[in-house]
Design a binder for this molecule. Structure first.
Ligand code: ABN
Length: 170
């Protein structure tokens, strides 16, 4: 009975006799071309551990956007304003709350300030509730589940804006 090595050698010889160098190269070329075409469409995690953000965490129109981690309310960007400016006909609350949010693209923590826009009835769109590190009213600076327009003359809540204040202390 031939040994394993002899078996492999015989198989290799038979394969070598049946295939030309050009044929092998052509087949390898086809395989490489197929891999190059198919790889971009395969469902592979391409972050390779670099970032912990999914695509919604990088999309400012989605509640999962990293900066909205302590958000509670409707995004002013859906209500005729922008992420950091109140819509026309509303005024910014004199009181804000803050959150510490991790930006998945650089894995750093940022201090974010959130402020309600007041003076029109609730916008009703893009209602987002992040609530990361949110605390009840005994810790007012991080309390979001209250209408902070009560600090203004125009107490009606419309929507909320958010601004990055700086890096969070390490
Ligand atoms: N701070 C946002 C908000 C407004 C009204 C009611 C609850 C929360």
């Amino acid at each position: 009975m031939p040994s394993f090595d002899e078996g492999v050698a015989a198989l290799s010889r038979r394969l070598a006799m049946r295939s030309s160098r050009r044929g092998v190269l052509s087949r390898m070329g086809k395989i490489m071309l197929g891999a190059a075409v198919m790889t971009p469409v395969l469902p592979i995690d391409r972050r390779f551990g670099r970032a912990e953000a999914d695509e919604h965490q990088m999309d400012a129109s989605k509640c999962d956007y990293w900066k909205y981690c302590s958000m509670d309310g409707q995004l002013c960007s859906c209500c005729g304003g922008s992420a950091d400016s109140c819509p026309p006909g509303t005024e910014i609350s004199t009181v804000s709350w803050v959150g510490t949010c991790r930006n998945g693209s650089d894995a750093k923590d940022y201090l974010v300030s959130y402020t309600d826009c007041c003076g029109r009835s609730s916008c009703g769109l893009c209602d987002c509730h992040g609530n990361v590190r949110e605390r009840p009213g005994y810790s007012m600076g991080v309390h979001n589940d209250v209408n902070w327009c009560m600090a203004n003359k125009q107490v009606a809540y419309h929507c909320t804006v958010s601004v990055i204040v700086g890096m969070a202390d390490g």
